[in-house]
Every structure is written in structure tokens, then in C-alpha cells.
Design a protein around this ligand. Sequence first.
Ligand SMILES: NC(=O)c1ccc[n+]([C@@H]2O[C@H](COP(=O)([O-])OP(=O)(O)OC[C@H]3O[C@@H](n4cnc5c(N)ncnc54)[C@H](OP(=O)(O)O)[C@@H]3O)[C@@H](O)[C@H]2O)c1
Length: 274
Amino acid sequence: MTNIPLKTLYNGVSVPQLGLGVYKVPPEDVYQTVSSALKAGYRHIDTASYYENENGVGKAIKDSGIPREKLFITTKVWNDDHGYDRTLQAFEKSMEKLNMDYVDLYLIHWPIPEIFPETWKALEKLYKDGRVKAIGVSNFLDHHLQTLLTDAKIKPVVNQIELHPKLIQKQTVEFCRENDIAVESWSPLGRARYLDDVILEKLAKKYDKTVAQIMIRWHIQHDFIVIPKSTKAKRQAENMAVFDFELSPEDMKQIDGMDEGFRIGSHPDEIMNK
Ligand SMILES: NC(=O)c1ccc[n+]([C@@H]2O[C@H](COP(=O)([O-])OP(=O)(O)OC[C@H]3O[C@@H](n4cnc5c(N)ncnc54)[C@H](OP(=O)(O)O)[C@@H]3O)[C@@H](O)[C@H]2O)c1
């Protein structure tokens, strides 16, 4: 049985607060990666058409025998599929690859200037038609959200953004909180770049946990949804084992203090339609 808590989104849909991300998991490895995560108790998988591994994700889910309604699956519309019609077509392609008739969460992957409000209309249609349980965005800064909200009929439930101790994106997180948009952390482990950080190592020792577990627990206590990626069963289990301890408020603050505004990925204002 899984001990991952559920977080209820503003539209009433529940999402396991911790899931597995599969960015850069090659198509030939993703079946094994997702199968082992499901065996370990993960029930939430984050993929995207851009990752080119939706096929394997879908197959692993089918073969797991876990009832579809017990799982939470996210996929995303890529930058060159923006626009109303193209987005609807891209969605159908993703459904075909995943071999599913709905996803739990469909996201706009990046805020491509000018056109993302049109793309959002397609997501609203998919939601109204019952093809997706929830719709949201990714890599939106507060100003992108403000633009979206001026015209949107339905508010995003989630904003999935780069978040880790070196990038805490205070302004965007606050905007999301004020608007009841859940924040989801991508690259929550800073893509394994800070595992030897002195502060984190000290905390790992103090709590008798690994640095990865300290980082994931920090996301959980900030009430973020968190989707660490690992292809390895041992690390998948390690990354889940974060619900039997609590970081003190002082230690949370210490990690917050590591922020350097440092991005691993692109700046959302610099992303261009490819
Ligand atoms: N919306 C977006 O634009 C966007 C962008 C990037 C990512 N994402 C999503 O967020 C997910 C997570 O982000 P990410 O994959 O970039 O980075 P991440 O989860 O921060 O880090 C993944 C890296 O950490 C290693 N790792 C995992 N657990 C570990 C542990 N316990 N100890 C040591 N190393 C560990 C992994 O290696 P092994 O696999 O070898 O274990 C991998 O190299 C993605 O997979 C994707 O689903 C979304």
C-alpha cells in the first residue's frame, strides 16, 4: 500500500502529492522505469509529448493491472502544437500513444507568447468534454498567469514550474497561492546537482535521511506537488520514504535561504516556438 498523501485541487480532483517524472527516460527504458515505480507504490506519473515516451508509459500502466481510476497521469502539449486546432490534435495523439481515453491533468508545457490564450481555449474544451479531469499550465510566471486569467473561463488547477532549493520562485508561488492554483515542482532534486551541498548534507545527517529525501520533504512541507525522476528502483523507493519525519521550521528556513534564483532550465520569457 502506498502512503503518499492526496492533495485536493480547487476543482475537487485529488492528486498524489508525490509522483514520478519521466523526462529524459529513453523510450526503451520507460516501461521498466514506470513498472518498478508502480510496484513501489507510485500512483502519479508525469510525462509529456516532448519526452517521446508516452507509448511506454501507457503500456506499463496497462500491464500493471492497476485500475485506471487509481492512477493520476499528466501529459503536456508541446510548444509547436500551440493554437486551438493543433492542441486538440496533439491531445488525440497523446491519448493514442498512452492508449488511454482520458488523462488526469493536461498542461500547456511552456507559455509561448501571444498564442497560449488560444491554446488554453482548447484545454477548456477538453475539460468541458470530460476528456481530462483537470487542466493546468507549466512554466508560467505570474505575468503569464495574469494574462491567461483575463480571458480564461476556467482557471488552471496547477502551475508546474522549476523549483528546488536554488530556485524558490517566491513571486510566482505567491501568485499561485493567492489564486488557489497548486504549485508543482519540476527538477525538485535540482537534477541531482546539489546532492553534495553542505547545508543539505548536514540536515541529512541530523534527520538520518539522504539529501534527496531532505529536498523532497522540503517540497512536501511547502505544500508543493513533487515529481522526482529516477530510473532506479532503489532510488524510487528512497524518494517515496519521506512521510515519516518532519523538518523543523528553522531547518525549512535554512533550505529556503539557499535560493540563488538559479535556473537549470530555460527562463519562461526566453522560450521560443520551435
Ligand atoms: N514542465 C517542464 O518544463 C519540466 C521540465 C523538466 C522536468 N519536468 C518534470 O519534472 C520531473 C523531475 O525533474 P528532472 O527529471 O529534471 O530532475 P530531478 O527529478 O530533480 O532529478 C533527476 C536526477 O536525479 C537523480 N536522482 C533521483 N533520485 C535520486 C536519489 N535518491 N539519489 C541520487 N540521485 C537521484 C536521477 O538519476 P537516476 O534516474 O539515474 O536515478 C536524475 O539524474 C521530470 O522527470 C519531468 O517529469 C518538467
